[in-house]
Design a protein. Structure first.
Length: 216
């Protein structure tokens, strides 16, 4: 796969669009400018890679819209070397943004073929998050606690296991709702005190509760 001057130019434009929409975190913008998003789409869709749009990646799933990736990443306020859990690996693009921000990424995907595809693909472009096939509702208790947790699918409710796996002082970002998803950030102040904030509405593919993987 080639990353040409044309791609780099399109990426610069995309960063302009995302900045215009309100993203201020320079590290997030630098990450978007650096990662060749067209590598994450089928080659026939290369021309769509640098539009600020979600895009199908197979298995009925999508790579999130760049603005949404940037928005969630900004809310996480990632510091270097923080342990970050991502629920919903999908194409792996969000994982790469988190890695560029300096995070140690642990990511879970519940669709086996998507998990395998992304696990094979990411190292070929130099990114190596810890990847797990499993149910995001359960998180990764064996690797908890996490400094930050990001859910990249729309959850019908805030999964309690994930709240449990958040470090004291940690932040979780999760879109919650049925049809439309309200972006919620949750800051764990102490075991008994959690500050919850709302950040507007977004549209995600659903965080699936049924553990049976129909594609298995
Ligand atoms: N972060 C992704 C966006 C993925 S879309 C990217 O950057 O491309 C949401 C992903 O969540 C899909 O791949 C979907 O299969 C996955 N998903 C849905 N329910 C899940 C669950 N219960 N546990 C883990 N992953 C889940």
């Amino acid at each position: 796969m080639l990353d040409t001057y044309k791609h780099k130019g399109l990426r610069k434009q995309l960063v302009g669009v995302v900045r215009e929409k309100g993203i201020k975190d320079e590290n997030v913008l630098v990450a978007i400018e650096k990662i060749p998003r067209h590598f994450f789409l089928d080659s026939s869709f290369t021309e769509f890679a640098y539009q600020d749009k979600a895009f199908p990646i197979g298995n009925g799933q999508t790579i999130s819209q760049p603005y949404t990736v940037a928005f969630q990443s900004e809310l996480l306020k990632i510091k270097k070397n923080e342990k970050v859990l991502e629920v919903g690996t999908g194409s792996g693009y969000q994982s790469c943004v988190l890695i560029e921000l300096g995070a140690k990424v642990f990511t879970i995907e519940r669709q086996k073929d998507l998990y395998q595809r992304t696990k094979t693909f990411l190292p070929t472009i130099g990114y190596r998050p810890r990847m797990f096939y499993g149910d995001g509702y359960a998180g990764l208790p064996a690797y908890a606690p996490f400094d930050k947790i990001i859910v990249t699918a729309g959850a019908p409710f805030i999964p309690e296991a994930l709240v449990q796996q958040l470090k004291m002082g940690g932040i979780m970002v999760v879109p919650v709702g049925e049809d439309v998803h309200t972006m919620i950030s949750l800051e764990k102040i102490s075991e008994s005190e959690i500050i919850q904030r709302e950040h507007g509405n977004f549209k995600f593919v659903p965080l699936l509760e049924d553990k049976a993987d129909s594609k298995k």
